[in-house]
Design a binder for this molecule. Structure first.
Ligand SMILES: Nc1ncnc2c1ncn2[C@@H]1O[C@H](COP(=O)(O)OP(=O)(O)OP(=O)(O)O)[C@@H](O)[C@H]1O
Ligand SMILES: O=c1ccn([C@@H]2O[C@H](COP(=O)(O)O)[C@@H](O)[C@H]2O)c(=O)[nH]1
Ligand SMILES: [Mg+2]
Length: 229
């Protein structure tokens, strides 16, 4: 329908979609899970650092469930009838961080699901938290993390990987404009999360410039020490 044919009130609604109501996490002060029963490792690094690639290998060898926050958001965006679809799409396109309430609820539900259906208790949370308030809220409402696995990589290497991935990924953010915005958000907003966990002595840092297998050799040294295979 041509919006100019609508009365003024309806015209505004047609131009600006209504913001969906977000889940309320304000009163959630007691974690859903006990750290004794559930292990969470946050896997962080710049866009294209290889978080997903390495998590796919770790989960096979150490009985972890791999939950990529980005993948969960993309799934939710595509789910028919989702009230968050449009919001998620516009945030991802601009490399911005989706309101934490949406992401935390998706992660928590995926954890509950894996515990119930697969009897799992170890989780790699990939690409989250990306902002300090998300880290605080997740640990307060869901469960504190055991440690942070941080993949460090120079931007020029990340850029090459992302542009190559963009040839086939179909991701709406694997293009030069979105990638630049994602780098900016990582440096300004997400890196402080890693710095904060560093002050808590929880960061295990690895370079991810090596080959996939070379990086994984270093990952294994960390996981072999901590988890039974
Ligand atoms: N060590 C590596 N050497 C070369 N290429 C790699 C390496 N690790 C991953 N890649 C490739 O780089 C691209 C990005 O990897 P991956 O998707 O695992 O990164 P990511 O950190 O999950 O990215 P994003 O933050 O965008 O989700 C993929 O095409 C992957 O095949
Ligand atoms: O906790 C999160 C994780 C992701 N996002 C948004 O998704 C994209 C893509 O994330 P990837 O980890 O690269 O798959 C990211 O740029 C954000 O827009 C988020 O908002 N919160
Ligand atoms: Mg990824």
């Amino acid at each position: 329908m041509n919006p100019s044919a609508l009365p003024r009130k309806q015209k505004i609604a047609a131009e600006k979609p209504k913001e969906p109501k977000l889940p309320n996490l304000e009163d959630r002060k007691i974690p859903t899970f006990d750290q004794k029963d559930v292990t969470v490792v946050f896997v962080l690094g710049g866009p294209g650092a290889g978080k997903g690639t390495q998590c796919a290998k770790i989960k096979e060898d150490y009985d972890f469930v791999h939950l990529s926050a980005g993948d969960l958001l993309r799934e939710e965006q595509q789910r028919e009838g989702s009230q968050y679809g449009e919001l998620i799409k516009s945030y991802i396109k601009d490399g911005l961080i989706v309101p934490m309430e949406v992401t935390i609820v998706l992660l928590e539900n995926a954890m509950k699901d894996a515990m119930k259906k697969q009897n799992k208790s170890r989780f790699l949370i990939d690409g989250f938290p990306r902002k300090l308030d998300q880290a605080v809220k997740f640990e307060e409402a869901v469960v504190p993390c055991q440690f942070v696995l941080y993949f460090e990589c120079p931007e020029e290497v990340l850029l090459k990987r992302l542009l190559k991935r963009g040839e086939s990924s179909g991701r709406i953010d694997d293009n030069i404009e979105s990638i630049k915005k994602r780098f900016r958000v990582f440096a300004d907003t997400s890196f402080p999360v890693i710095e904060e966990y560093e002050t808590q002595g929880k960061v295990k840092k690895l370079s991810c410039e090596n080959s996939v297998d070379g990086v994984y050799d270093e990952v294994k040294k960390i996981f072999d020490n901590l988890f039974n295979q």
